[in-house]
Design a protein around this ligand. Structure first.
Ligand SMILES: [Zn+2]
Ligand SMILES: [Zn+2]
Length: 360
């Protein structure tokens, strides 16, 4: 007999695929929080696989102590909605990497709710709104979250394609908007994968003068052009690196080799330009300060995007026909899907399907 917790609704069980510290997921059920007035319950049809899911489930970002259901590119149908949720039953919606914030603090009011001290990430986190409870993600049949962090999917975007927009999409769109990507600017994208292939498409749709794909793999040369890149630089090719020196105003860094030469990568940034880190290196960055001072180059980090920018991103994707390139697999094969991602094979995002869409 489990002890009753006020933060658990024992009248229902949500069934998902949980990790206990390895990438091998097992079926597991949990009781969600009671549906609050602002909350929405989503019957999940799709969930994308993000690199963060794998870092979390394997304990790369801290040991897992109890069952964790990952997944934060969640799409489905509203099956229950609190009276203050602004959503109604039947709406086709999505939820991304965060599911709650206080709405009152300086960061929330400035539209940077992803930086709120009382934010709740979608999984492996605690709600901090006083009602208690843990967060569980989208490798499951259902999820209950704050409706403020649930977004209507534009009609011309398929549910499967909508999923990666909610993390990979907004994570790359947000810094491009924040740092002024557009006509007159040259944008570079390091790493052509789940995030990078979105960044290239956004930069092209924003009509940047140049969109430069930067990769260690020549196999991405042709594909990056199809995504909208105007140039390709192999970062292992010294001549190509030299020719591209100081040419990019904004570089979005989505991945890097373990032995990345940060000074060489920074040499690509134009004077007064910025390199934006999205991927999190496992070891501290080691880099001389020369370029920061002598060329007024900066390096900044960026974390997903607040709810306002998620809405803007979905509208922009709808209007400019920006879509992730996806491969779909059944969620019941999640362990095979994860292995596929770990092997670096997808072009470029795996979206898992529960089969619920056929009933919508
Ligand atoms: Zn993610
Ligand atoms: Zn806040």
């Amino acid at each position: 007999m489990s002890t009753f917790k006020a933060c658990e609704d024992h009248s229902v069980t949500f069934n998902g695929w949980a990790s206990t510290g390895t990438a091998e997921l097992k079926q597991w059920g949990y009781h969600p929080r009671p549906l609050g007035p602002k909350d929405v319950e989503i019957e999940i049809s799709h969930c994308g696989i993000c690199g963060s899911d794998i870092h979390t489930m394997t304990g790369g970002w801290g040991a897992i102590k109890e069952e964790v259901i990952v997944g934060h590119e969640i799409v489905g149908k509203v099956v229950a909605a609190g009276a203050e949720s602004h959503h109604k039953v039947g709406d086709l919606v999505g939820a991304g990497a965060m599911v709650d914030a206080c709405g009152e603090c300086k960061d929330c009011k400035a539209g940077f709710d992803q930086l709120c001290l009382n934010r709740a990430f979608t999984y492996n986190d605690l709600f901090k709104d006083g009602r208690g409870g843990k967060t569980y993600g989208g490798y499951a049949d259902r999820v209950r979250v704050n409706g403020e962090y649930v977004f209507t999917i534009p009609k011309n975007i398929s549910l499967a394609e909508a999923a990666p927009l909610l993390c990979a999409g907004v994570t790359t769109y947000s810094p491009l908007i924040q740092y002024g990507a557009g006509p007159g600017k040259s944008v570079g994208v390091i790493g052509i994968g789940g995030l990078g292939h979105m960044a290239i498409q956004w930069a092209a749709a924003l009509k940047c003068d140049e969109v430069v794909a930067i990769s260690t793999s020549d196999s991405k040369r042709e594909e990056s052009k199809k995504l909208g890149a105007t140039k390709f630089v192999n970062s292992k090719n010294e001549e190509e690196m030299k020719a591209a020196a100081q040419s990019m105003d904004i570089i979005i860094c989505t991945s890097f080799a373990k032995d990345a030469d940060w000074a060489a990568l920074l040499s690509l940034v134009a004077n007064n330009g910025k390199m934006v880190l999205l991927a999190l290196p496992e070891t501290p960055l080691s880099i001389g300060a020369g370029a920061f001072i002598q060329r007024q180059v900066s390096m900044v980090g960026s974390l997903i995007g607040g709810k306002k920018i998620v809405r803007e991103m979905l509208d922009f994707a709808s209007e400019h026909n920006v879509r992730p390139w996806i491969e779909t697999m059944p969620m019941s094969d999640c362990n095979a899907a994860i292995k596929h991602v770990q092997e670096g094979r997808p072009r470029y995002r795996v979206v898992m399907e529960t089969g619920a869409e056929s009933k919508f």
